[in-house]
Ligand binder design. Structure first.
Ligand code: HEM
Length: 380
């Protein structure tokens, strides 16, 4: 058993621990982590809907201290994901509409094409490169820029973790500066290539040149939101196929691949938890929360709540109603869910076509990258 719900994220099998959490009180105080923990689906949904009282960042620290004042801190501070302020709300509808307008068939075709230039080995790196380079391509970057954008993005997301080292924080800031400049150039040069995700965001936000720093940061944010979460979804889908070789049959068709990825997103998701910070006193699930309290919402536990999904422990490609909270809920819900599942399904298709010896990979095993929220495998 993992010793706490943060350690559970990278544990080999955290699900019995999550079941024990769900069987306990709706909100339980964890003295070691110094936060409240919620694990039942109904409670997490109500927490995610308590927008006024609960915020995505602590009031006293809108940007993590470790990156405040740096280029990485600037990007972080503008992200709609990381702030509940009115200035941030302004970008949300444009991002949502642009992502909703994507042609997912074209996304799949682009992902398979981009996959040709992504090195096969190590697979653990391809998990990141496939989705990140595809989204960079969809945004409008040329083929020659994709490896560099991929590298900067990997450096940038490292700063989003409290586990980052000083060297990683420095690299993250350099990468954030580069990415802002590249997006500025992409948007300012010739009018963005029509049909790109960048053109769609600009049209939806009616933005004129030069673009505001906050919109530029949220374009970088589309890549950073893709990076770890989609790598994890792709990696965990590959593990599902390794564990259950009969799924290889399903993986022969586009619908089958999609179903494997969607069930993985429920059963063994990449984002295991998110946090909320109490801005004003509120009672939720019968528990009074004080201003300044932090709450850990264990989304991965909610997905296996029997009150949310029937036979939740079973990996089942066909479900009458598949429900999940791994993409959030309410105002901050992920607008990239359909894109992410399409990217992971195309990534799985590309990886499986490379004649990997899945039985040997399974025998060699894997562990999970150090993280407090994301479950991303590293294959041995
Ligand atoms: C498997 C992949 C993904 C997972 C599991 C995931 C999960 C999430 C979750 C849980 C949230 C809400 C966090 C919270 O409320 O605390 C979120 C927000 C967000 N996601 Fe995703 N995401 C994924 C991929 C993507 C992709 C591909 C994009 C876009 C290219 C994207 C864009 C966003 C944005 C912009 C937000 C902020 C929404 C807001 O605050 O208004 N995500 N995502």
């Amino acid at each position: 058993m993992p010793h706490d719900p943060v350690a559970a994220v990278t544990h080999a099998d955290p699900y019995p621990f999550y079941a024990a959490l769900r069987a306990g009180p709706p909100l339980v105080w964890n003295e070691t982590l110094r936060l409240w923990v919620a694990s039942r689906a109904e409670v997490i949904e109500s927490l995610l809907l308590a927008h006024g009282a609960l915020r995505v960042r602590p009031a006293a620290e809108p940007v993590p201290r470790a990156i405040a004042g740096s280029a990485a801190g600037e990007v972080f501070g503008h992200l709609v994901r990381m702030n509940d302020g009115t200035a941030h709300q302004a970008h949300r509808p444009a991002l949502q509409r642009a992502l909703a307008g994507l042609d997912l068939g074209a996304v799949r075709a682009a992902a398979l094409r981009v996959a040709h230039d992504v090195p096969t080995q190590p697979v653990s790196d391809a998990l990141f490169s496939l989705p990140v380079r595809t989204v960079a391509h969809l945004l409008g970057f040329g083929d020659e820029a994709l490896p560099r954008v991929d590298m900067w993005m990997r450096d940038f997301v490292a700063c989003l973790s409290p586990l980052s080292t000083p060297d990683q924080l420095q690299d993250a800031s350099a990468a954030a500066g580069e990415l802002m400049t590249r997006f500025e150039e992409l948007a300012a040069g010739a009018p963005p290539r029509s049909g790109t995700l960048l053109a769609a965001v600009l049209a939806e936000s009616e933005a004129g040149a030069p673009l505001s720093r906050s919109l530029l940061a949220n374009l970088v944010g589309l890549l950073s939101q893709t990076c770890d979460a989609t790598a994890g979804l792709l990696g965990n889908s590959l593990i599902a196929v390794m564990r259950e070789p009969s799924l290889q049959q399903g993986a022969q068709t586009r619908d089958g691949l999609q179903a494997i990825v969607e069930e993985t997103a429920r059963h063994d998701p990449s984002v295991h938890n998110t946090r909320r910070f109490v801005a004003e006193p509120i009672t939720l699930a019968g528990t009074p929360l004080a201003a300044g309290d932090a709450v850990l919402l264990v989304l991965a536990a909610a997905n296996r709540d029997p009150a949310f999904n029937s036979e939740p422990e079973r990996f089942s490609l066909v479900r009458a109603r598949r429900r999940m909270l791994g993409f959030g809920h309410g105002m901050h819900a992920c607008p990239g869910q359909a894109l992410a599942c399409t990217l992971a399904a195309a990534g799985l298709e590309a990886v499986l076509h490379r004649a990997l010896d899945l039985a040997a990979m399974r025998a060699r095993g894997w562990h999970y990258r150090p993280s407090v929220a994301a479950r991303i495998p590293v294959f041995h």
